[in-house]
Design a protein around this ligand. Structure first.
Ligand code: UGA
Length: 456
């Protein structure tokens, strides 16, 4: 699945230290090693380090295992828990640790400052620390003060910004096919950073605050696009238009673009919900009410309730109804369930009295308690179900045997929130398909005709 650009190489490899072996850090470490750099990945969890050192990957990310194995074998990638070993030869450290949201929407930067201070304390040479985690503008400057304070006059520490734009489930492909690499550097003498990526890649070099804000603004804009698509799909339902066609028509305008205009159960994952809140918090910090972003967030927050209400209307209530739910991860192609809209919807349905039985091919619940049942087959999930909800866009959900599913279900209603099924196929099986922007009841509004009345 990965493009031939995986053969891209840097001309002057560096010794690097990547801190954190989560989704971002592990991908960055393996891909930077693949570019030719010598990478030590520093991770606090010793069990993880020992697994990774044997080529075992704790997350599901297509193409990543092969890259880790290849670069372990050629010794360009190593894992360790020991900061001194990780930083011994590296002049550049990449900080890839979490910046989870605090209660007020601001990101918690404590893991970042801890990671950087550990490197500074363990290093006997000057360091350039590159922040890949998503942070509000001004963070790199603040972190530099903290790190320089930790270093006293022993070594010099510069902090730069290089935000990550990789999507989970496409991270390796995205790394080798970047739309842009953003480097935020305020100190022109830091030439080592010019050697981080191949020089013919699309690099935008700018100041640190601008680089930091590119990341927030990109994720906020993606979230706004999705919320717009979701609202438009609802409008289509009300006026009897087909959302799929309308959104394809809108997206065909190159100024708008067709990506991230797919209606669904709302955006989830560890990034978009967190970053739109972070973006709004940045505005609040400077007394600016970012209304467009706030509205997009509100649309998303209400999504599960709105969808549950529509399901309730079609099924004539939710109390004691059995609902089969296909999909638990926050999108297809990943095992990640953080801020998953599918789980959010399941919780609302259970709260309203339904019994939910879920199936997902890969979702990792991370031992979190869930108020519903999880089974190992979609066909077990649908047994005696009054309704079937498809909430994650796994390819396999479009290829299920719906004739068989119709026989197993008690009811006939399928709520496909991710446009994976075919209405003709479902109709032939005797099932009713309710998609977003089509199928739910049409409520023509009298206002639509007022202009005609005026013309008569
Ligand atoms: C997102 C961004 O796309 C990446 O560029 C960024 O690097 C990453 O966050 C991050 O900040 O680390 P990711 O969280 O992996 O990537 O997921 P997306 O593919 O953006 O999807 C986010 C959510 O939006 C999912 O719940 C997905 O189902 C939903 N979505 C996406 C829609 O509902 N409609 C669409 O048209 C597209």
């Amino acid at each position: 699945m990965n493009s031939g650009l995986k053969s891209a190489q840097v001309s002057e490899p560096l010794s690097l230290c990547v801190v954190g072996a989560g989704y971002v850090g592990l991908t960055a470490a393996a891909c930077l090693a693949q570019l030719g750099h010598f990478v030590y990945c520093l991770e606090a969890d010793s069990e993880k380090v020992s697994l990774l050192s044997q080529g075992e990957i704790p997350i599901y990310e297509p193409g990543l295992k092969e890259l880790v194995e290849a670069n372990l074998a050629n010794q360009r990638l190593k894992f360790t828990c020991d900061p001194s070993q990780a930083i011994e030869n590296a002049t550049v450290g990449l900080l890839c640790v979490g910046t989870p949201p605090r209660f007020d929407g601001d990101p918690d930067l404590s893991q970042l400052s801890q990671a950087g201070r550990t490197l500074v304390q363990s290093s006997d040479h000057d360091l350039i620390l590159v922040v890949k985690s998503t942070v509000p503008p001004g963070s790199c400057e603040a972190l530099e003060l903290i790190f320089q304070d930790t270093a006293e006059d022993r070594i010099r520490v510069n902090v730069c910004s290089n935000p990550e734009f990789l999507r989970e489930s496409h991270a390796v492909w995205d790394f080798f096919n970047p739309d842009r690499i953003v480097l935020g550097v305020d100190e022109p003498s830091l030439v080592a950073l010019d050697r981080l990526y191949p020089s013919d890649w699309p690099i935008i070099k700018t100041d640190r605050r601008s680089a930091e804000l590119v990341k927030y603004a990109s994720n906020a804009f993606l979230a706004i696009k999705i919320s717009f698509a979701n609202e438009l799909a609802d409008l289509c339902s009300k006026v009897g238009a087909n959302a799929e066609v309308v959104l394809a028509g809108v997206g065909a305008d190159q100024r708008i673009g067709s990506q991230f205009l797919k209606p669904g159960p709302g955006y989830g994952g560890s990034c978009l919900p967190k970053d739109i809140s972070g973006f709004i918090a940045v505005g609040e910090a400077v007394n600016l009410d970012l209304q467009v972003a706030s509205a997009a967030r509100k649309v998303n927050t209400q999504r599960s309730e709105d969808i549950a209400q529509r399901i309730e209307t079609v099924l004539g209530g939710l109390s004691n109804k059995k609902i089969a739910l296909l999909g638990l991860s926050f999108k297809g192609g990943t095992d990640d369930t953080r801020y998953s809209p599918a789980i959010g919807l399941a919780e609302v349905l259970v709260e309203a009295g339904a019994e939910v039985v879920a199936y997902d091919p890969l979702a990792n619940i991370f031992g979190k308690p869930i108020p519903f049942f999880r089974v190992e087959s979609p066909y077990v999930a649908v047994e005696d179900a009054d309704g079937l909800v498809i909430a994650t866009d796994w390819e396999e959900f479009g290829k299920l045997d719906y004739q068989y599913i119709a026989k197993l279900m008690r009811g006939y209603d399928v709520f496909d929130l991710v446009s994976k099924t075919d209405s003709i196929k479902l109709g032939e099986a005797g099932l009713n398909l309710y998609g977003l922007g089509k199928g739910f009841s049409i409520e023509s509004h009298s206002l639509l005709w007022t202009s005609l009345l005026w013309a008569m």
